[in-house]
Design a protein around this ligand. Structure first.
Ligand code: GDP
Ligand code: MG
Length: 608
C-alpha cells in the first residue's frame, strides 16, 4: 500500500467523545469501527478500544486511545480521514482531558436519553468550549422505553446554550442514527486550522498521551500542529529537554499501521525511543532537533499530586521488591510520585503522591495485580502547608510529620459543582454542611434538577464524600471539582497509641472541632478490627499529648488445636495452615498484630 506524503488537511476531522460513564461512549466507538469497516463484523467484540483490564472492569478510560476511521462522505463522495480521540472521563485526569481536547477540532457530547447530563460531562464540555471546539450534542439510547430525548435536549440547551434543535438522536446499540452522525461530523467539525507554510514551518506536535509498552517502550500519541514529522527525525521534547528519535510513526485503525510522514493536523502515534514516560510527558511539545521550533505550544503543566499515602510492603514482602515495582510502575505513569519514608509503626516504605483518589486506587490495584506485590497502604491525605514560628513555610504530606509548634496550618480547597435531581436537594445541602462546604451558587437548569457550587476543603472529599453523596441520592448526583488554592484552617493532629506507643501510620490531621469525635470513632473502629492478642492492648487517641479516648482489646489465648485432641492429624494441620494464612494479612506494630485493613480504617468512620 502506498501512502500519500501527508493527508491534505481539508479532508481531516479530529474529534473526541465527551460522555459520562455508561452513557455509551465505548458502544458508539464500536459502531463507528463497524460502519467505517475498520473492524469487520465477525471480529467485533464489545468495547473494542478499552484495552487495560482495569479499564474494562471499571468501565473507564485511563489512557487516551485514538483510532483513524476512513469515511466516504455521502454528500460529496469524497473520502475523509476521521480521527476519533478517546479522552479519560474522570476528574483525576482533567489535565489529560484538556490536552486531548487540544488535539481535536470537534467533540461529540454524548448524553444518555434516560439519565441526562452529569456534572463531569458539563465540566468537560465547558473545557471543550474554552478550547474553541465545535460541540455536537448527541442523545444516545433512544431505543430505551425510559428515553426522554426532548427533556435531555432542553437540559443541554439550558446548561450549555447549545441549540436543542441541533441534537442528534441515536442508539449506539442498534446503530440507529450512527450513519447520519458521521455525515454531521464531516459537515460541522471544521478541518484543522493551518498555521504557517507547511513546507518551511518548523515542527510542533502536541503529546496528548504517553504510556509504556512492554514490547515497544514508550509510545506517545501526538497531534501535529505545524510542520512535518518524518520517520527517523531526531527529536527534541521542549518541556523535559529529552532527546529522541522518531523510531516509528503511524496510526491505529485499529491495529498500528506505520507511515513515513505526518503533516499538519494529523493525529497518530510516535515511538520516540526514550526510556521512560517522564521524558515524553503529556502536554509537551515535540520538535525536530535541527531547525526546531523556538517556542513550545502553550498549556504544558507538570503533573501535580493532590492525594498522598504511605505504601509499605505487606508481611512477607520485602522493601526491595516494593521499590522495584514502584520503579517499574513509574516508567508507565508520570503522574505518580514516590519517595522513601520511614514509619516507626511500619518500617521502611514510600510516601506516594497521586492525581486523585481514583488514580491512587488504580496504582494500588496495579501494584498488586500486574506487579504481584502485597502492600499496606495508609489512609489518604492532602498536602498541608504550615507556617513555622520562624516564619518559614513547609509542606506536610504526612500527618505524623506535622511539627508540634506551628503558627498556622493551611489546607487545599476545591470548587465543586454538583448536579442533582431536585427531590434530593435537602439531603445534599445537609451533607455539604457537615463537610465544611461553603455554598457559592444554587441554580435550576431545568425544573427538576439543581446545580450546586460549593467550596470544600479537599480533605473532606478525599475520604467517602462521593460514596455518601451517591447513596443519599440513589446514585443520581454527580460531581466535578477543581483545585482553587490554600486557606487557613483550625486543624489539629490526632495520634493513635497502640500499647502506649504512638503508631504514626494512624496519625491524622482533622478540624479541631471534630477531633474528639474522630479520636473516639478511631479507637472504637480499631478495637473492632484488632484481634485479641496474648496480652491486653490499650488503644488510645491523643491530641498534643493529651489522651482524648481509650479502648482496650482484652487478652485471649487462641489455642486453635485444642479442640482437635484425639482427632486426625490432617485436620490439625489444616487448621494450623489456615491460621498461618490468616496471619499473612497482619502487620506487626511494636508487639501488636494489626490487620492490614485497619490502616485505612479512618475511611470507614461514619460521621454524624
Ligand atoms: P461508556 O462507559 O460510556 O463507555 O458506556 P458503554 O458503551 O460501556 O455503555 C454502557 C452500557 O449502556 C452498556 O451496557 C451498553 O450496552 C449500553 N448502551 C450503550 N448504548 C446503548 C443504546 O443506544 N441503547 C441501549 N439500550 N443501551 C446502550
Ligand atoms: Mg467505556
Amino acid at each position: 500500500m502506498v501512502f500519500p506524503l501527508a493527508v491534505d488537511s481539508k479532508f481531516l476531522r479530529n474529534f473526541c467523545i465527551i460522555a459520562h460513564i455508561d452513557h455509551g461512549k465505548s458502544t458508539l466507538a464500536d459502531r463507528f469501527l463497524e460502519v467505517t469497516g475498520v473492524v469487520p463484523d465477525r471480529e467485533m467484540r464489545a468495547q473494542y478500544l478499552d484495552s487495560m483490564d482495569i479499564e474494562r472492569e471499571r468501565g473507564i478510560t485511563i489512557k487516551a486511545q485514538n483510532v483513524r476511521l476512513p469515511y466516504t462522505c455521502e454528500e460529496d463522495g469524497v473520502e475523509y480521514q476521521l480521527n476519533l480521540i478517546d479522552t479519560p472521563g474522570h476528574v483525576d485526569f482533567s489535565y489529560e482531558v484538556s490536552r486531548s481536547l487540544q488535539a481535536c477540532e470537534g467533540a461529540l457530547l454524548l448524553v444518555d436519553a434516560a439519565q441526562g447530563i452529569e456534572a463531569q460531562t458539563l465540566a468537560n464540555c465547558l473545557m471543550a468550549m474554552e478550547a474553541d471546539l465545535t460541540l455536537i450534542p448527541v442523545i444516545n439510547k433512544i431505543d430505551l422505553p425510559a428515553a426522554e430525548p426532548e427533556r435531555r435536549a432542553e437540559e443541554i440547551e439550558n446548561l450549555l446554550g447549545l441549540d436543542a434543535a441541533d441534537c442528534m438522536l441515536i442508539s449506539a446499540k442498534t446503530g440507529k442514527g450512527v450513519g447520519e452522525l458521521l455525515e454531521v461530523i464531516v459537515e460541522r467539525v471544521p478541518p484543522p486550522r493551518m498555521v504557517g507554510e507547511v513546507a518551511t514551518c518548523p515542527l510542533r506536535a502536541l503529546v496528548f498521551d504517553s504510556h509504556y509498552d512492554r514490547y515497544r517502550g514508550v509510545v506517545t500519541n501526538i497531534r501535529v500542529v505545524e510542520g512535518m514529522l518524518s520517520q527517523g527525525d531526531e527529536l527534541h521534547f521542549m518541556a523535559t529537554g529529552a532527546s529522541g528519535t522518531a523510531q516509528e510513526i503511524g496510526f491505529y485503525s485499529p491495529g498500528p499501521t506505520a507511515v513515513e510522514v505526518f503533516g499538519p493536523g494529523e493525529v497518530g502515534y510516535l515511538i520516540p525511543n526514550v526510556k521512560v514516560v517522564s521524558e515524553a510527558k503529556v502536554g509537551d511539545t515535540v520538535t525536530t532537533k535541527k531547525a526546531g521550533a523556538a517556542e513550545p505550544l502553550p498549556g504544558y503543566e507538570e503533573p501535580c499530586p493532590m492525594v498522598f499515602c504511605g505504601l509499605y510492603p505487606a508481611e512477607g514482602e520485602t522493601y526491595a521488591n516494593l521499590r522495584d515495582a514502584l520503579e517499574r510502575l513509574r516508567l508507565n505513569d508520570a503522574g505518580f510520585t514516590y519517595e522513601p519514608e520511614t514509619s516507626t509503626a511500619l518500617g521502611f516504605g514510600f510516601r506516594s503522591g497521586f492525581l486523585g483518589l481514583l488514580h491512587m486506587d488504580i496504582v494500588r490495584e496495579r501494584l498488586e495485580r500486574e506487579y504481584d506485590i502485597g502492600i499496606v497502604a495508609t489512609a489518604p491525605t492532602v498536602e498541608y502547608r504550615v507556617l513555622l514560628p520562624s516564619g518559614e513555610e513547609a509542606p506536610v504530606d504526612n500527618p505524623s510529620k506535622l511539627p508540634r509548634q506551628v503558627k498556622e496550618i493551611r489546607e487545599p480547597y476545591v470548587a465543586m459543582t454538583i448536579l442533582v435531581p431536585s427531590e434530593y436537594l435537602g439531603t445534599v445541602l445537609e451533607l455539604c454542611q457537615t463537610r465544611r462546604g461553603v455554598q457559592k451558587r444554587l441554580e435550576y437548569p431545568t425544573s427538576t434538577r439543581v446545580e450546586l457550587v460549593y467550596d470544600f476543603p479537599m480533605a473532606e472529599i478525599i475520604t467517602d464524600f462521593f460514596d455518601v453523596l451517591k447513596s443519599r441520592t440513589r446514585g443520581y448526583a454527580s460531581l466535578d471539582y477543581e483545585a482553587i488554592g490554600y486557606r487557613v484552617g483550625d486543624l489539629v493532629r490526632v495520634d493513635i497509641l497502640l500499647n502506649e506507643e504512638i503508631a504514626d501510620a494512624f496519625s491524622s490531621i482533622v478540624p479541631r472541632e471534630n477531633a474528639y469525635f474522630y479520636g473516639r470513632a478511631m479507637v472504637e473502629k480499631l478495637r473492632e478490627l484488632i484481634p485479641r492478642q496474648l496480652f491486653d492492648v490499650p488503644i488510645q487517641a491523643a491530641v498534643g499529648g493529651r489522651i482524648i479516648a481509650r479502648e482496650t482489646v482484652k487478652a485471649r489465648r487462641k489455642d486453635v488445636i485444642a479442640k482437635c485432641y484425639g482427632g486426625d492429624v490432617t485436620r490439625k494441620r489444616k487448621l494450623l495452615e489456615k491460621q498461618k494464612a490468616g496471619k499473612k494479612r497482619m502487620r506487626r506494630v511494636g508487639r501488636v498484630e494489626v490487620p492490614q485493613e485497619a490502616f485505612v480504617s479512618a475511611l470507614q468512620i461514619e460521621r454524624p
